[in-house]
Design a protein. Structure first.
Lengths: 352, 375
């Protein structure tokens, strides 16, 4: 059972899609979201000698958030490489190593700094296979997201900036089990995967890890909660706010809310989105990223093109306001989506 | 105008006394150097003709006057070593095994070109056997990439080195700095060649940097820096070979500044209004790398006019045949545009208005699938 400490107790109903390899649990081990990411990297480094890590302060220090803690001690200087502060250099070097058959995992100390490598990712990495048949199997990962009083440069959700770059894949897990399974899938993918980690979830949620080689396929969404009246499509930390809102709406209004956790943003799971819209005929999209040009807009367009006659109400969005994310708690809380915003939007959809 | 008043740079490698790596080159290898330089120039001249016939559908980039720096440096590599060329390094790619047919198909956007018509000009590579990597247009970006390529050699203990070219302009980019610094810290087996040809598009070097010379930048990275006459093919070979050997023996990164001059515009459309005419003429008359090397071959190797004529005839025939073959090559199938963005999925589905079967909106009625997902 997963618990978020700040907003009451929330239970995740695991859909069948969140597959468990093997059964017969003996001594279940709970791992946090952060530990799950580390476990996935460690297991893959054991499995494949071509997997190696590079990033700032990730060696003996273990990284700013300690995601790589202990990996340097186990694997040494050649497989856990401390780098200069140079995001473009690190990402470019990872691409070159990937061309030669390595499987680099780049840590960006905060995902906010991915913009420093924007050129490398969009112009070089994303086009490599298409323009030059150069394989670029690499993972770029880093702590993302707000609700942590990080201010404008330690809270960003820059995923939409990469959504319209063909050649990249984007995943953004909401649960510890998905964090592990998606990381394994990302490392094994033949193309570059941007792996967004929500730092608010790092140590706040945990899961009993599925046994065996737990891989969550990229491009498959998850039904986080089944429902019949309204669909909420979301991902990352706002999955938990959507689940909290669903609880409240069930209790106070008798509204049955279905929550879809996208897990992958590129490619989007169109089948899962269409299925839930056809089921409930009302769609709310929630994301922590800013509104204009965000992923919600893309999903809205796809639903409009393919599900127009299945809709009983306009598609609504709950997102951050279009401002840089401010530091002070009253400001940040005002800008970012809250559970009460989601409750209000769902009520509006039902009343339409 | 920084370079305008200068005498063409001469090699700092003293000739005659100290042993030079090129001393070990056979007569056959010395002739090969000449052939690659001449092939580069002749192939580009053919491309100009095709460009004027609009058969080259994009821009055309010349390396006239810079053939020695590309050929002499690439000649210092083994086949297993990886080279990352720039737009004026056609000669280096030919040394690495790129063929005139590939280059012609590429410029003519043919479906059987090395990039199947996706990329332009000499932006292509082969990492399977010949070991050169296609560049992108963003200058400096190949430096971090080659830092990673050579990092992989170091991590795996492979006896391979990398060579990456940048122009004088690219040294101003962040990518150049980040890449060379990363490689220096990791002691990657990498040679970074700065081709100083006097201009980045229209910008002369004195507007590019306040440094006295580009080789001075090596000091800031804690790496070896050397400078040589880029129009002396043997001097280029010598200085590059020493840098390659240093990299191969664990000595880390070397920055090599090759002094040369760009006698044509940035691309074929460029009228070079910013370059003094007498400057171009002076370099053409006094410091053409092919003319200079012909004299060396005549004087030091006894190469005869007949030998040169035979080589020129063979090159002309090669280019004629490649041109005929490239002209006969098919253009790409339009739907090939959707293939190969990802390994999985291998094909991007066509947009509905491009689907021949389903573009029923033209008939002023609903498409069968309108309003549904899978219809």
């Amino acid at each position: 059972m997963n618990v978020l400490p700040d907003g009451g107790r929330m239970t995740v109903e695991r859909a069948a899609a969140n597959s468990v390899t093997g059964s017969g649990s003996k001594t279940p081990v709970e791992r946090t979201y952060l530990e799950a990411i580390r476990d996935a990297m460690e297991e893959e480094m054991v499995r494949d000698p071509n997997v190696f890590l590079l990033g700032e302060d990730i060696g003996a220090f273990g990284g700013a958030f300690k995601v790589t803690d202990g990996l340097h001690a186990r694997f040494g200087d050649d497989r856990v490489i401390d780098t200069p502060i140079s995001e473009a250099g690190i990402v470019g070097a990872a691409a070159g190593a990937a061309h030669m058959g390595m499987r680099p995992i780049v840590e960006l100390q905060f995902i906010d700094f991915i913009s420093c490598a924007y050129d490398m990712l969009t112009n070089y990495v994303a086009t490599a296979r298409y323009r030059a048949f150069l394989p670029c199997p690499m993972v770029v990962r880093g702590p993302s997201g707000g609700y942590v009083r990080g201010g404008p440069f330690h809270s960003q959700n820059p995923e939409a900036a990469f959504l319209h770059t063909p050649g990249l894949k984007i995943v953004y897990p909401a649960t510890a089990a998905d964090a592990k399974g998606l990381m394994k899938a990302a490392i094994r993918d033949e193309d570059c995967v941007l792996f967004f980690e929500h730092k608010y979830l790092y140590r706040r949620i945990k899961d009993v890890m599925p046994e065996g080689d737990h891989v969550v396929p990229i491009g498959k969404a998850r039904i986080a909660r089944e429902g019949t009246d309204v669909s909420i499509v979301t991902y990352a930390a706002t999955v938990w706010r959507a689940l909290e809102a669903a609880e409240q709406l069930a209790a106070e209004d008798g509204i049955s809310v279905e929550v879809i956790d996208l897990r992958s943003l590129l490619p989007l799971d169109d089948d899962a989105i269409v299925a839930t819209v056809r089921k409930t005929n009302r769609l709310l999209i929630v994301h922590e990223d800013t509104r204009t040009g965000g992923i919600a807009g893309e999903i809205t367009a796809r639903v409009s093109e393919t599900c127009f006659e299945w809709l009983d109400a306009p598609v609504l969005r709950v997102t951050a306001a279009d401002v840089p994310l401010p530091y002070s708690p009253p400001l940040e809380d005002y800008v970012l989506p809250q559970t009460s915003d989601i409750v209000r939007a769902v009520r509006r959809l039902v009343a339409y | 105008m920084a370079r305008a008043g200068k005498t063409p740079a001469r090699s700092k490698v003293a000739r005659g006394t100290a042993p030079r790596p090129s001393d070990a080159l056979s007569r056959e290898q010395r002739l090969a150097l000449y052939r690659y330089m001449r092939l580069t120039r002749s192939l580009e001249e053919r491309l100009v003709a095709l460009y004027r016939q609009t058969k080259v559908v994009g821009g055309l980039f010349r390396s006239l006057g810079q053939e020695a720096d590309a050929v002499g440096s690439a000649f210092a590599l083994e086949q297993r070593d990886v080279l990352s060329p720039l737009i004026r390094n056609l000669g280096a790619m030919l040394v690495k095994g790129a063929t005139p047919l590939e280059v012609l198909r590429q410029y003519m956007a043919k479906g059987d070109s090395p990039t199947r018509g996706r990329e332009l000009n000499i932006h292509f590579g082969d990492t399977d056997t010949r070991n050169f990597i296609g560049q992108i247009s963003h200058l400096g970006d190949m430096v971090p990439v080659m830092a990673g390529v050579t990092l992989s050699f170091k991590l795996r203990g492979e006896d391979r080195v990398g060579l990456v070219y940048v122009g004088d302009g690219a040294t101003s980019t962040g990518a150049f700095h980040e890449g060379i610094n990363f490689a220096a810290v990791q002691r990657c087996p990498l040679v970074v060649i700065v081709e100083n040809n006097g201009y980045a598009y229209s910008t002369p070097t004195h507007k590019q940097t306040a440094a006295r010379q580009f080789v001075d930048k090596a000091i800031g990275y804690g790496i070896t820096g050397v400078q040589a006459d880029g129009n002396d093919v043997l001097a280029v070979y010598d200085v590059t070979r020493e840098a390659v050997d240093r990299a191969r023996n664990g000595g880390g990164v070397t920055l090599v500044e090759l002094m040369t001059y760009r006698r044509k515009g940035h691309a074929e459309h460029d009228n070079q209004s910013y370059q003094p005419v007498d400057e171009i003429e002076r370099w053409a008359e006094a410091n053409d790398p092919i003319d200079r090397y012909m004299r060396v071959l005549r004087e030091e190797q006894g190469v005869t006019d007949d030998e040169f004529d035979a080589m020129h005839a063979e090159i002309a025939l090669t280019i004629d045949r490649a041109t005929d073959e490239a002209e006969a090559s098919p253009m790409p199938e339009p739907t090939d545009a959707l293939v190969g963005v990802y390994a999985d999925p291998p094909i991007i589905p066509p947009l509905w208005f491009r689907e021949s079967v389903r573009s029923a909106v033209d008939a002023n009625e609903r498409a069968a699938g309108w309003g549904t997902y899978d219809g």
